[in-house]
Design a protein around this ligand. Sequence first.
Ligand code: PDD
Length: 285
Amino acid sequence: TIAFLNGEFMPLSEAKISPMDRGFLFGDGIYEVIPTYHGKAVGMTGHLSRMRDGLAAISITNPYNAQQWQQNLNGLIDANASHFPNGNIGVYFHISRGTDTKRYHAYPQNITPTVFGFAFEIAPSQPLEAANVKPFKVALEEDKRWQRCHIKSTSLLGNVMHFQAGVDSGVQETILHNSDGIITEASSCNVFMVKDNAIFTPPLDNQLLPGITRQIALEAFKRAGLAVEEKWFTKEDLFNADEVWLTSSSKEIAPVIEVDGKTIGSGEVGPMWEKAIKAYHNYKF
Ligand code: PDD
C-alpha cells in the first residue's frame, strides 16, 4: 500500500523515520483515524478540529491547513483504492514533534514535525438489522491511564494494556470506569447505554476522548427524535442497562451483549440499536 510521509506519497515499505523521532522515544504526538466509504470521509471536520485541539494542547504547530489535510486524505484514498476494492478505507494520520539529535524531555525548539499517514481496510458500514450484526463481549476495568484522556495521544500503552486485558479474558474490548465507579469510555471506543428507551453517554471531560463517532451519533439521534442525554452513569447502571453500545471510527455503533461475564438486557442485540444505527446511517455523511 501507499503511505504519506512528510509531504510525499511512497510505498509503505519505503516509509522510514529516525529512531530519534520523539514519536518513537516519547510517544510525543497525536493521531487521527478517519473512516471513508467509497471515497467519502465521515466526520472530516470533526477529526480536523480535534487534531487542531490536540496539537495546540501539546504546542506543535499544525503542519497543514484543512484543505491540505483533505488533499493528503484524498491522495491516500486514491493511491490505495486498488488495494481495497471494497471501498472501506480507514486513514491514519500521525503528527509527532519530530526528530531530535538527543533524548531530552523538554520540547526542543526548531524541529520539524513528522507527519505520517497510511490507509487500511475497515469493516463495511454496519448492517441495519440486529440479526445481521456481530455483537461484542467486553471486560470491565478501572481506568489506569492518565488524566488527559481528551488528547488523542500516540502514547497508547495504557489503552493497549486495557485492551489486552480484554483479549486475554476472551472478549473484544474493555470498558473503563474511574475510581468512583463511574463509566468513562472504553480502551479504544466511547460507551453508550440504553435504559427505558432513553440513550445515555458520559459527558465530555478529561477522562475520555471526544469521539467523532460519538458526536455524529448524538446529533443523529437528536435529529431522529430519539431520547438522548449526556450523563454520567455507574458500573451498576451499566449492568442494569437494557442495551450497551460502543462507538468508534472503525466500528460505528457496535452492540455489546456481555460486560465482565454478565449478560446485558435480553442478551441479544436490542431494538434501540436498530433505531440508532439507522439514524446514524441517515446522518453520517
Ligand atoms: N480509537 N476513545 C478512545 C480511547 C479511542 O481510542 C477512540 C478511537 C474513541 C472513539 O473515537 P472516534 O469516534 O473519533 O474514532 C474513543 C481509534 C479508532 C483507534 O485508536 O484506532
